[in-house]
Design a protein around this ligand. Sequence first.
Ligand code: ATP
Length: 310
Amino acid sequence: MTEIIAKVENLSHKYSRDWAIKNINFEVHNKGILGLLGSNGAGKSTTMNILCGVVNQTEGDAFIDGINMRTNPVEAKKLIGFLPQKAPLHVELTVDEYLIHCAHLRSIPSSSIKTALEYAKEKCGITHFSKRVLRNLSGGYQQRVGLAQSIIHNPKLVVLDEPTNGLDPNQILEVRKLIKEIAEERAVVLSTHILPEVQATCDNIVMIENGKIVFADTMHAFNNYIEPNSLIMEMTHLPDLEEVKSVEGVSNIEIINNSQIRVVFSNDKNITQQLIKKSVDNSWSLNEIYLEKTSLDGVFAQLSGKTKSN
Ligand SMILES: Nc1ncnc2c1ncn2[C@@H]1O[C@H](COP(=O)(O)OP(=O)(O)OP(=O)(O)O)[C@@H](O)[C@H]1O
């Protein structure tokens, strides 16, 4: 049974005249990864900064394990580890020097610092770089150090703002793997504007657009929700469209050019196989057939049109 470790209720914030976020509500379970997905300027950082007590909200509440962040920030912050968009690294320090500094900031008793350091370094795979100056680490390893500082006090919740931003593809995979390991023992909230990032890492998803939630559910429900419903067929010559239409599940056909058509279908898992068979039976000279991926913009447009939450 999972418990709720964090909760935001009717959260709204304006920096000056306009609302950056409006009426945000969601809960975070005590294990696994919640993805906060939204395009640039959607309101992710604002939400995370409020959740971590870095920004005071205009309206609403944020609770960490039942503790109100606004009224009892000292206690609430003890339960959180935070890696902001720009990791707060002191690049002139070694890994050990920096993590000891972070342990002091977290008020870890002197007698426990060594254990805390070993735990964080081991978990983040940086033990062998203990004496390395941060400036001389690669971007991926610097991000590991950023993650290590976020878990050094063994928090119940870790909040990561765009944690793979600026990393190369290999580093992205390694950091995602590490985040998943971190989430085995605690809750992680991760913000990103990259749809495949949440699909690859998260168990639950909250999507924000223009400061409002447009979707909140499990990753499984999200993937079902945005399943493609169209495919592209490329052929040497266009076929008889009535023949294509006769395939069960096909609901519409659009001609793209003189060799490509878009086939829109209702939820039929075997549509591709059926169309390939039809193509062979009718000698359509099919060169290529592929499902159309929904872009993030497409998903936002789709979700803004049919709001599932809030
Ligand atoms: N310090 C600030 N002062 C004024 N407006 C701000 C400030 N910080 C953010 N905003 C505005 O609030 C809105 C939400 O920004 P926020 O940074 O939360 O979005 P985001 O989803 O994290 O985007 P990004 O990925 O680009 O950081 C945007 O319109 C942004 O311009």
